[in-house]
Structures are given as structure tokens and as C-alpha cells.
Design a protein around this ligand. Sequence first.
Ligand code: ADP
Ligand code: MG
Length: 703
Amino acid sequence: MSEMINVEEIFASKVFTRATMKERLPKNVYKEVIKVMEQGGELSLAAADVVAKAMKDWAVENGATHYTHWFQPLTGITAEKHDSFVSHPDENGKMIMDFSGKELIKGEPDASSFPSGGLRATFEARGYTAWDITSPAFLKEDATGVILCIPTAFCSYKGEALDKKTPLLRSMEAISEQALRIVRMFGNTEATKVVASVGPEQEYFLVDREKYLQRTDLVFAGRTLFGAPAPKGQELEDHYFGTIRERIGAYMKDLNIELWKLGVTAKTQHNEVAPAQHELAPIYETANIAVDHNQLVMETMKKVAGRHGLTCLLHEKPFAGVNGSGKHNNWSLTTDNGVNLLDPGETPNENIQFLLVLACIIKAVDRHADLLRQSASDVGNDHRLGANEAPPAIISVFLGEQLEDVVKQLVETGEAARCLEGGKLETGVSTLPDFTKDATDRNRTSPFAFTGNKFEFRMVGSADSIASPNTTLNAIVAEAFCEAADVLEKAEDFDLAVHDLIKEYLTKHQRIIFNGDGYSDAWVTEAERRGLPNIKSMIEAVDTLTTEKSVKLFNKFGIFTEAELESREEVLYETYAKTINIEALTMIDMASKQIIPAVIRYTKSLADTVIAVRDAGADASAQADLLKTVSEKLSAMKAALAKLEEVEAKAGAIGNAKEQAFYYKDVVKEAMDELRAPVDEAEMLVDKQVWPVPTYGDLIFEV
Ligand code: ADP
Ligand code: MG
């Protein structure tokens, strides 16, 4: 029997929550903090000192020895530099733990080694971290001890964003301001802001740690670079939602407890499509907190795995031929007086505010499909998008039957007089209840699907930060809201104007709506006919960031300057080149030090067998045939290895980041594929006893 878990007691026990603040701060200071949290502005230094002391006392009572400004540089993961609370001992040699308001609000890590894409030369190394007061501080507990983590944004000396958080926060302000203009026109005078909410569903793989350690590719690249398919894959669909095995269950239980303590609302858990693949989803929350929490989820998944003799793989495609991992980014907009702008209500055709919001989103997604595609790309995701298992690389919007019908009526006649209803679902069993059906079915193949009262952006990669997709979403929709408000605020007849605008937007941008099968080849052709972009890889999407359209958008709302956009481009090209470089070097390493030597040993033992069998007067043709086939694979491997080494060696000389990235994509990756093919074929022929690394079967079926 497992021990009782008291969720209410442990939830957020490591978080400096509002309740904790209320308990520990003088009333006036608490009020000031809440005001800044809710309305923005700056905390006075006097108040910051009081908060810092309370935070430190709370942290120290909970065992903390250090604090850190926790931030999210352009690496896509988090960064922390620990400072202890230790201060100068007094004249009696007694040490008093210290933490000031200044230290809470601002930090200055030596930031020269983070990717900045040219925003900052090494001699201008100053970078500042600034407390994001809207995301609560928390305690991280591990072998280092207990560390007080203060979520921060990270900027250069000149105020340029060096991280993923700053633009996200800027985009949240932009969408709030523009969405407020929309709701005001519909008579909402109470709302003071509109919050972007995000609920990310996180997919992951778990493999046995011992086996993981035997695979250089998993260790260095996070994915297998070689590997023949196991006899069984996911074709029986027996893993999806299947019973959770004991070892995995124990892991999930621990993971939930750790996350709950950190205030992460871990909610759902289940086995995913591929063997060894699982998913966790928290309850949605304010975008920047959701981004922070998703980082904590990924980090905690890895940490807890270690305790169970497991390794958590967050890569988008750890294994060829089986389902990859993504992150469904559920996104919606809610006013602070509780109205979800994406809630259609019972009769969406009569909900004009909803229809305007929907029309604006459709317009935004159509106009900036390229940016949205870019925001969901990372190196690993190139193996998923468009690869017939994940959403295609083409952006389209799924609305479902009910809304599609409403849109159709609006486009055709300018009116939406009727609205399809959900109807009853009859189970045909008298003891089972009949349900009211949703008016909309699901469509798993759509990259951007309306799901009831939110949009689900399904393209995002499992290992990626969700900051960029949400920054982009907020920005493009803010722009559409702004343009709509510019027209409508001036209109003499609001009802007429809004009616015309909805019709105009839907008519102009209906090409982005697609309710069919996104995995089909027919859709690729159809999308091309409609003129929708089909950007096939991460690096082909990079320069969408600095098109005139993009610069105008991000500048207008103060989300990115042109220099900040250029820096992101640079970092993305570099990241791509570096990642493929590591993969290529890892393949070279494995092929030359492990796989080829093992195959050589195997051919030697086959050759010995052939001779011995012949000498004994028996027929050795089967052994000789096998020897011949394996030797051919061996030669192919050797040749492909030499080719990969040759092209890989040339990459370093390419000075331009973009050119180098394309060289890796077009030349190095191809040579990698050429090496993989004969190795995987050989794996199917060679005695398992001599194969030097655990196989796909070992890795994904024996966890
Ligand atoms: P499914 O796999 O069926 O799509 P899950 O329950 O796994 O659904 O995940 C759905 C996610 O969407 C959860 O994180 C949930 O909190 C989130 N979500 C639900 N409603 C909203 C909303 N209005 N805005 C943003 N996210 C939402
Ligand atoms: Mg789910």
C-alpha cells in the first residue's frame, strides 16, 4: 500500500505565494506588491527591502542557503547562478544571513557567454536580470540544497532583451491593451486587463538509464542517430491510454508530488501513442507563469527520472519510425472580470464579440502563418512537422463543423441566421446516460485548432520553450485587434461597421480555414493552390522574423526591435549548425569506435565459421552468404563514414551563420542519412550479442 498523499497540504508548499506574502508582509507593503503585480509599475525600494527580508526569512526557514535570479536565455532552457545569503560576519564573527531589496529586484550576472546573436559583444558583457513580480518565487530542492529562485527577465546594458521572457511580457501587455479596446466597444467597462492564458500538454519518453548510458547518441544528441525498427512498433495502438506500468506509475507519482510542491497544477497523465511515450498536462494559467512552469515541468521530469533509474527524453524525435513528441499549446484570452473572449456560448452566430475576435484571429493567423510556423520550429521539430505524424508544416485553422457553418453563412450572406447544435449522443444502452454532444468534433491533424473555448497550437516541439509561440500569438492577434479597433472606434454605426468588418475579414482570410485531413498529400496540393506557405524546415523559417511585415508588427507593439529580431535569427542559425554538428560528430564517433569494430569482429567470426564448417566437410554456403552481405554493408558504412567525415570537416570554414546552417541541412544531414542506412541494415543481420548498443526493442519496450 503506498503512503497517503495530502495534495492540499503539499501544493505550493515551496512557493512564495500570495497567501504567504499576506501572512508575512505588513499590510501596506502587501498592498503595494499586489498593485504592481496586477497593474504594473515599479515597487519602491523601501517596499522591495521588506519583501526581500520576508522572502529570505521564509526561504531560510525552509532550509534555503542561496538565492538565484532564474532566467530564460536564448538557449531555450533556464539559467541560474547561485548566491548564498552569507554576508560579512560582524565584529564578533557572527554571520547574519542577508538579502536586500536591491538584490531581489535586480541582478547582474556576467552574461557574456549566453547566446546574444551579436546584440552584445564580449566587452559589453553587462546583462541585467530584473524580477518578474507576476511570477512567484519558489524553492528548488536538490543535491545542491535548497535554492530560492526568483523568476526574472534578462536584458542587456542597453535594455535589449537577451531572453525569451522579456518579449513575452511585452506581448502580454500589447494584447491586453488591444483586447481591452475590443471589449470596451461591446460595453465591458469593468475589465482592466485581458490575460493570455496557456495550458501546455507536455509529451515525453522514458527509457532505462543504464541502457541510455550505453547509447552515445542519446547522451550527446538526445535522440538515436542509428537504430533499426523493432519487430513491433505502435501499430496495435496498445500503448495509447494503456495501463500505466508500475515503474512508470511510481515515476509519475513522484513527478506530480514535486510539481505540486512547486505550485504546478499537474492535472492529467497518460501513456501516449509510442511505446515508452507519456504525457502530462497542467491546468492552464497566465502565459508567463505557464512558460515558467513548463520549464519547471521539463526540468523536474528529468530530475525525477534519475531517481527511478530512468532517463526522460524530451527530444521531438528520439526514435525514427515511431511517434515523436510535441507540446500542444492551448491558448485563450480572458478579461480580469472573467470573460473568456474565445467562449462562443450556446449560439455563436449571435455572439458578435466572439465572431469579431474569431475573425481577427483568423486574419492574424493567415497574415502571419510564416511567423507562427517559425515560432514553433526548433532543430528537433524538423523531424516531426510535415512528416506524416505530427501536424503538417503548413499552418491552417480548424474551426469544427459548427463554426465553419457560421463562417460560411457570414461569408455568403453577411448573416448567420442559424447555428448547428450538438444534439444528443445515444449510447444505445439503457443503463448508460445519453449525453449532449459537443457541437464540434476534434481534428488531430490540424496545427491550429479551435477546441471549444481556446485555440490549440499543436505544432510546438516537446523540448522547446513555449515562450516564442505565445509571444508570436499574442503579437499577431494584438495587431489584428488594433486594426479592428481603429476602424470600429471611429464608426458612426457600430453595429453595421462590426458586421461589415467580420464579413470582410472572414471573406478575405477564409483560405486559412481547413477542416479536413492535414496529413494527406491532397492537402499539400490544395494549400499550395490557396497560396499558403509550406515552410519545410526550421532554418527556412528563420528569415520570416525580419521581413518588413514582421519588423513592422513587432516594432509597433514594442515587442522586438529590429536589432532584437536580427539577433534571434543569428542565434537560430547558430543553434541549428551547432546541433547538427554535434549529431554528425556523434555518428562519426559511434560508427568508428563502436559499430564498425563490432561488425568487423562479426565478419571475422563468420569467416572463421565458414572455414571451420568447410574443413569439417559440411555445406557452409549459408554462412558464406551472410558473410558476403554483412561485408557489403560494412564497405558501404566505411564509405559513408569517410564521406561524412569529409563534409563535416568543411563546415567549420563557412563564416556566415546562415550559409553554415544551410550547409548542415543540405550537405551534412544528407551524409548522416547515408551513413545511417547501411548501419541500420547491418543491425538487422548481425548477431544481437555483438551489436554494441541497446536496440530500439531494448529501449522502448523494456522500460
Ligand atoms: P486534450 O489532450 O484532450 O486536448 P488535456 O486535458 O490533455 O486535453 O489538455 C488540455 C489543456 O488545455 C490543459 O492544459 C487545460 O488546462 C488547457 N485548457 C483548458 N481550457 C483552456 C483555456 N480556456 N485556455 C487555455 N488553456 C486551456
Ligand atoms: Mg492531452
